[in-house]
Design a protein around this ligand. Structure first.
Ligand SMILES: [Zn+2]
Length: 152
């Protein structure tokens, strides 16, 4: 079976939360019978499916499609200052704006998703011990509300 993915928000964190497989009017009674099995929802969006159970699977998905929320990817600039390395989610239109904001600016890369940043570090710093930020720090920064962090 495919890993559950919420039809509305695309969330896949079903290890931490209880996702719901909502079955619609045309779903077969027994799983071994082929046919639409239902649609997965995260706990936040299960209600949207449950209140449409009287519809067929395709009617329900036609109504649910316009409700889909595409997650906004979190991106950050990787900024080299004279004496620091910084990650910041602040919105800048160009590297010039970053340069104007930080007097000891040297250069910057990005904006990058967490995945982009990890790939860059893997390519440029084969020895993970020399990474300016550990994987754990990067991961919690991208998930947090923190705007800026500096390398220790
Ligand atoms: Zn959801």
């Amino acid at each position: 079976m495919q890993a559950p993915r919420c039809a509305i928000c695309d969330a896949t964190d079903w290890h931490d939360r209880r996702f719901e497989l909502v079955r619609f009017a045309d779903a077969p009674l027994y799983a071994e019978i082929t046919g639409p099995q239902g649609i997965w929802f995260c706990p936040d969006h299960a209600q949207l499916g449950l209140e449409r159970q009287h519809l067929t699977t395709s009617q329900a998905s036609a109504e649910l499609t316009p409700l889909q929320i595409r997650p906004i990817p979190v991106v950050a600039h990787y900024v080299l200052l004279e004496h620091d390395i910084m990650l910041t989610k602040r919105k800048y239109q160009s590297w010039r704006e970053i340069q104007d904001a930080w007097p000891d600016y040297k250069t910057s890369l990005g904006p990058w998703s967490e995945q982009d940043l990890i790939e860059y570090l893997e390519d440029d710093f084969p020895d993970e011990a020399t990474w300016p930020f550990t994987r754990a720090v990067i991961s919690s920064f991208y998930k947090s509300a923190q705007e800026t962090i500096k390398a220790p």
